[in-house]
Ligand binder design. Sequence first.
Ligand SMILES: [Zn+2]
Length: 176
Amino acid sequence: MQTKTCTKCGETKPVEEFSKNSRSSNGFRSRCKVCHAAASRRYHQEHREAAAAYYQKYKEQRAAWKRRYRQEHKEAAAAYDRRYRQEHKEAAAAYDRRYNREHKEIRAVKARLYREGHKEEIAAFGRRYRQEHKAEIAAYVRRCRREQATAERSRQLQAFISAVKEIPHNTEGTEA
Ligand SMILES: [Zn+2]
């Protein structure tokens, strides 16, 4: 059995306990798999912590920079948003749906406050809208009534069918 001594833990182990490394002269890493995994874990851990600390440290700064940039480039930012939404219609629509779902309550409150503060304008808008869309509204009302009538007829037919089904079959009817 071919063995090798780990430079980290000093244990002599079968070569299967060492990962292959084509760059090393004997074809294996100098550290055993266990030591290598531990070092790799530690490295990633420290790296992640450093990255998080860095991210946190400059968070405020980045937000301020972004605000200032957008302030100074309002037109460009708006154009960018428009173009982005144009090119990502699906994603934008999905985002809007999710946003609306997640902000349902706050939107309801805002809508109520708005209604309370703008009663006159809303009433005027409603009057104007109804005035300008008379034909469409009338057509809509007719369609609704028609659908209601259809639903009512279907309900009556269903009731009739069930009533007929409940009439017991006269199995002795042929006997006089
Ligand atoms: Zn080792």
